[in-house]
Design a protein around this ligand. Structure first.
Ligand code: MN3
Length: 238
């Protein structure tokens, strides 16, 4: 489907609200219920990450699952105009300052929105499969070698019981760490900043890999674009 220039601008704005992409949208924006938070467009075609992440999974994951998180977040902040204008990252960093009755919804739906927004952007069909420069040096300093980092990250992704995420994050002292969160919890709510992540909810891989999460993790590395992650890391360290 071809986008009008106006749609292209709108979708680019929606994407850049969370993370700078540097890429143009290949798919038009999916309609979600009106509200301050917008579903960012998938920054490539649904089939771009084949055969590692299959087309149907990408369609459902972005257009249905991520869209539902955006809808849920919009519903949660309806009637709270003071919150509606804030970036979702700010809401997640300050969960405890939110009204108690909307805190669980912002945690779940806002987390789902922020987490998936990062996940789409770090993936590419033309992935640079090895970190370079300062990203590589930082990983080697912390983990020894890239292979050792992968071991730690894969083990974290395998250790998530049920639904959740594994993360490469920066702590308050800008030190790298590997960690996991359950459900749609964001490391932002723990005072840490996401550098890279893997979604290990079954909806991320079950259609193609069924119960074989280790295979999904191995294929994830084939489309994980360290050029984007390294650029993101550089901006976080600046
Ligand atoms: Mn997901």
């Amino acid at each position: 489907m071809k986008m009008t220039r106006r749609q292209a601008i709108q979708t680019a704005v929606a994407a850049s609200a969370l993370y700078a992409t540097g890429v143009s949208a290949a798919e038009p924006a999916v309609q979600v219920a009106p509200g301050p938070f917008k579903l960012p467009p998938l920054p490539y075609a649904y089939d771009a990450l084949e055969p590692h992440l299959d087309t149907v999974t990408m369609q459902l994951h972005h257009d249905k699952h991520h869209a539902a998180y955006v809808d849920g977040l919009n519903q949660a902040v309806a009637g709270h105009p003071d919150l509606a204008g804030k970036p979702v990252e700010d809401l997640l960093r300050n969960l405890n300052s939110l009204p108690a009755n909307i805190r669980p919804a912002v945690r779940n739906f806002g987390g789902g929105h922020a987490n998936h927004s990062l996940y789409w952007l770090e993936l590419s069909k033309d992935a640079i499969k090895h970190p370079t420069g300062e990203m590589n040096m930082a990983l080697e300093k912390k983990f020894g070698t890239y292979a050792q980092f992968q071991q730690a990250f894969s083990a974290a992704a395998m250790s998530v019981f049920g639904s959740g995420w594994a993360w490469l994050t920066l702590d308050a002292s800008k030190q790298l760490r590997v960690e996991t969160t359950p459900n749609q919890d964001s490391p932002l709510s723990q005072g840490r900043t996401p550098v890279m992540c893997i979604d290990v909810w079954e909806h991320a891989y079950y259609l193609k890999y069924q119960n074989r999460r280790p295979q999904y993790i191995q294929h994830f590395y084939q489309v994980l674009n360290w050029a984007w992650v390294g650029d993101h890391y550089h901006k976080l360290m600046a």
